[in-house]
Design a binder for this molecule. Sequence first.
Ligand code: NAD
Length: 296
Amino acid sequence: GFIGLGVMGKSMAINILKAGYELTVFDVVQGNVDELVKKGAKSGATPSEVATQSDIVLTSLPNAAIVEQVFLGENGILEGMEEGAIYVDLSSITPKSIRYINEMAKKKSVSVVDAPVSGGAEGAEKGTLTIMAGGEKSSLEKVLPVLNCIGKEIKHVGSVGAGDTVKAVNNLLLGANMVAVAEALVLGKKAGLDPDVMFEIISKSSGSSYALTAKYEKYISKGNFNPGFMVNLMHKDLQLAIDTAKDLNYPLLYGNVAQQMFEIAKTENMGNEDISSVVKIFERWADVEVRSEKNK
Ligand code: NAD
């Protein structure tokens, strides 16, 4: 079963179907379900109905509140699951939330694996995601053939919640790096550099990062901010890192600054744009635009 057929979920579900698995799907947006049904999936009327038809149910949903509702709520996944079934959450949520879900699932002898992913829309499409999995090793082994359809690098990182913790740390780095890339490129442009020249040399220098190489040519240089990975989701992911740090009495300087930039982007109606759109805020402050001459 697969629930949540958005930017990530749709491609992941398609790859599972392509590998020959029978798949029952659900999403609150009917159009997303229809697309999968056209490709050979069955549709379930509720998450619970998906679960009654599945040994393994995977979800890729926007946030912890929705994951909890879809798993534990009325007509939720747990209601339809049989003893011995396995639930795999591919979303990025708080470790606390997935541990709570695990406690509830245990009462019904259902296993939980938190398996957040990295690699963006492109990785989901190509089936080359990195997957950081928390849970019992034996549960992970059972779902591994399915995860192999969507990911290339799959690593067991600890007990339930460890996957989401690794993901929070990873996205703290992505968020902070994205903001740093935006600030730095705008400085270079303001100081008179050609953005393409800057990119060409910095992408081969010590200042390079995934945020630079994945986001300059495809997004920033073209002024194309269709996601990709949305500002709203990045803002949420930084909150996961901030909450984790708060619980541990650990200060989080870059995480909080980066989140404020995505907060500004949200207030400026850029919540559904790609995370690289933060560059527009710096551009306005500097009165320049970091666009490639090739795209003018
Ligand atoms: P998305 O908003 O495109 O997809 C979420 C899907 O869930 C949508 O199709 C939506 O209709 C569906 N949905 C919402 N509420 C629902 C409900 N109650 N029941 C059933 N379906 C419901 O988001 P996305 O970009 O695909 O991200 C999904 C998860 O993966 C998030 O947790 C995100 O943080 C994580 N993630 C995203 C990326 C990325 O690059 N987009 C990368 C890694 C991880």
